[in-house]
Write a protein of this length. Structure first.
Lengths: 263, 257
C-alpha cells in the first residue's frame, strides 16, 4: 500500500514537471516569435502571462466561475437525460432482434455524426436557449451510451446465464441478479465515453448560442479579440473534462474492477 | 428416475456432434459416468438433460414428467466454476437458493452448512478472484448441493484442476454422495480413472454418430482405491473400449483426407 501511494505521488510529480516544461516552452516560443522575430502578432498568440492575467480578472469578476458552474450544470442535466435514453435504447436494441438488425446500424450511423451538426436543428426547434443546448448534448451522447449498453449485455459470459438458468432463475431474476450486475463494468465504460461526448457536444452548443457558459465566454473572447481569454477558456474546458473523467468515472470504474479482481 | 427415450440431437449445417438413439434409464441415487472420445456429444447429452438444449428427436422424462427447459431440479456443475465475481463466496452459494425463493435465514444456514462440508468455512467472505481453482470448484459444489436438486449434472468439473486438487475433490464428492445416497449424479468425464472411481454404471459413447456403445456396471467396493487390482482391471477394460472408438474415429478422419 505504502509503495503504491509513493509511486502515485511520483507519477503525479512527473506529470506536473512535464506540464511545467510545456508552459516554459510555450513562453520561450512566444518570446521568440512575437518579441524577437516579430513573426506572430501579439493579438493572435496567447502567452502564459496573458492567460494568467485573464484568469485572474475573470475569476475576480466572477464570470469564470458562473460560466463553469452553468456549463457543468447543463452538462450534467444533458448527460442524465442521455443516460436514461441511452439505457432504454440500449436494452431495446439488445432485446428485440428486429431492432438489433435494423435500428442498430442507424444508431451507429448517427453516432458518427459530429454533434455540432445538430445545432441548426436545435436552434430552429428550440431557439437560442438552454433547451437547444440540451438537445445537442443528448443527440451527441445518447447513441454512444446505447451502443455501449448493448455491447455490455452482449458480452456477459454465456456461462453466467447458463448457470443461473440451471439454478431455476426466471427472466426477472436473470436480468436483475445476473445480467445487470455482470454488465456494470461495461456500463461504466459506456457512461464514461458518453460523458466525453456530452461535454464536447455541450461546447458545440454553447458556442453557437448566447446563454451564459464556458462556450459563450470563449466566443466573447474572440469578439473582443482577446486571444488570452480564448486560450484560458479552452484550458478550463479541458481541465473540467479531465477532472470529471478521472475523479468520477475512472475512480468508479477502478473501484468496481478492483472489487471483481479485474485489475 | 431419469429416462431418455430415443433421444437424438443433430445440428443444422454440421455432420459431427450428433447424438442418435440414446436410451437410458437412471434410477434414483445412481452415480452414472459418461465417457467417450472427445467430440462424441458427452456434453451435449448433459445439456439435453439440463434443458439447456432441446433434443431434435425423442424425449427426456424426470419422474415421468417431460423435461422442458432448464430447472433447479437438475443443477449443473460446469468445467468452470461459474461463480459471480460481484458476490463473495457466501453470497454466491446463497444466490441459487434465492432463485428458489428460500427465506434468507435458511439460505444462510444452508450455505454455511455446505461450505463447511467442502472445507470453505474460513473463506465465506472472500471475493471469488482470491480463490484458487480448486476452491472455486468447491464453492460451486457447495452451491450445487445447497439447491438440493434431484439430480446433479457434472460436466468434467475437475478437469481443469491439478492432479492433487482433483484427487482431494474426488474424495470429498464421493464422501458427500455416500452420506446422501438419494442423490442421482450424471457425471461427464474424459478420464477413465475418474469414471471407475465414481460410477455405479459407466456409459460409453461412440463417435459420429454419438450412440451408446456399451454400459459397464461397476460394482467395486467403496471407497475405491485406484491401485486396487479390480480397479486397475476395470479401468483397463474401459480404456480399451474407448480406445477402439478413438481409433475408429481417427481412421475415418484420415480416410476423408
Amino acid at each position: 500500500m505504502q509503495k503504491k501511494s509513493t509511486t502515485k505521488i511520483k507519477k503525479g510529480l512527473e506529470l506536473a514537471l512535464f506540464l511545467f516544461l510545456l508552459v516554459v516552452l510555450w513562453q520561450i516560443l512566444y518570446m521568440l516569435f512575437v518579441d524577437v522575430f516579430k513573426i506572430w502578432k501579439p493579438y493572435s498568440a496567447p502567452s502564459p502571462a496573458g492567460v494568467a492575467f485573464s484568469f485572474a480578472s475573470l475569476l475576480k469578476s466572477g464570470v469564470l466561475l458562473s460560466a463553469l458552474l452553468k456549463s457543468l450544470g447543463r452538462g450534467v442535466a444533458g448527460f442524465a437525460i442521455s443516460v436514461i435514453a441511452g439505457l432504454i435504447l440500449g436494452i431495446l436494441i439488445h432485446h428485440f432482434s428486429y431492432l438489433n438488425r435494423n435500428l442498430k446500424p442507424v444508431i451507429m450511423g448517427m453516432q458518427t455524426l459530429p454533434s455540432i451538426c445538430w445545432v441548426p436543428f436545435a436552434i430552429l426547434w428550440f431557439g437560442l436557449n438552454n433547451s437547444a443546448i440540451l438537445f445537442v448534448v443528448v443527440m451527441g451522447s445518447a447513441f454512444s451510451i446505447a451502443l455501449g449498453v448493448d455491447d455490455g449485455i452482449k458480452n456477459v459470459p454465456p456461462l453466467y446465464i447458463k448457470a443461473a438458468k440451471t439454478m431455476g432463475a426466471g427472466q426477472g431474476d436473470l436480468y436483475l441478479k445476473v445480467i445487470l450486475p455482470a454488465c456494470v463494468p461495461s456500463f461504466l465504460a459506456a457512461l464514461r465515453q458518453g460523458w466525453s461526448f456530452a461535454w464536447r457536444a455541450l461546447m458545440s452548443g454553447e458556442v453557437m448560442s448566447s446563454t451564459i457558459g464556458l462556450g459563450q465566454t470563449l466566443i466573447i473572447g474572440r469578439d473582443m479579440a482577446d486571444i488570452n481569454q480564448v486560450m484560458l477558456v479552452m484550458l478550463v474546458i479541458i481541465f473540467a473534462g479531465v477532472v470529471i473523467d478521472k475523479c468520477i468515472f475512472t475512480a468508479l470504474e477502478n473501484r468496481v474492477l478492483r472489487k471483481r479482481g479485474l485489475m | 428416475m431419469l429416462e431418455l427415450r430415443n433421444v437424438g440431437k443433430t445440428y443444422p449445417h454440421t455432420v459431427k456432434r450428433t447424438l442418435k438413439d440414446i436410451n437410458l434409464t437412471i434410477e434414483e441415487g445412481e452415480f452414472i459416468c459418461i465417457v467417450g472420445p472427445s467430440g462424441c456429444g458427452k456434453t451435449t447429452l448433459l445439456n439435453l438433460v439440463a434443458g439447456l438444449e432441446e433434443p431434435t428427436k425423442g424425449e427426456i422424462f424426470l419422474d415421468g414428467i417431460p423435461v422442458k427447459g432448464p430447472g433447479a431440479d437438475r443443477v449443473v456443475m460446469f468445467q468452470e466454476a461459474a461463480l459471480y465475481p460481484w458476490l463473495n463466496v457466501l453470497d454466491n452459494v446463497m444466490l441459487g437458493m434465492e432463485f428458489l425463493g428460500i427465506p434468507k435465514e435458511e439460505r444462510k444456514n444452508r450455505a454455511l452448512k455446505y461450505l463447511k462440508m467442502v472445507h470453505l468455512s474460513q473463506f465465506t467472505e472472500y471475493p471469488i478472484h482470491q480463490l484458487s481453482g480448486g476452491m472455486r470448484q468447491r464453492a460451486a459444489l457447495a452451491r450445487a448441493l445447497s439447491m438440493d436438486s434431484k439430480i446433479l449434472l457434472m460436466d468434467e468439473p475437475f478437469s481443469a484442476l491439478d492432479k492433487q486438487t482433483t484427487n482431494m475433490l474426488r474424495g470429498e464428492l464421493e464422501q458427500i454422495w455416500m452420506n446422501d445416497h438419494s442423490k442421482t449424479v450424471l457425471f461427464v468425464t474424459h478420464s477413465a480413472e475418474e469414471a471407475v472411481y465414481f460410477a455405479d454404471r459407466i456409459v460409453v459413447l461412440s463417435e459420429n454418430p454419438g450412440q451408446i456403445k456399451e454400459i459397464i456396471s461397476c460394482d467395486l467396493k467403496r471407497p475405491r482405491q485406484i491401485d486396487q487390482e479390480e480397479f486397475v482391471h476395470m479401468r483397463h477394460r474401459l480404456l480399451e473400449s474407448v480406445k477402439k472408438e478413438v481409433e475408429k474415429f481417427a481412421k475415418e478422419e484420415y480416410d476423408k483426407n
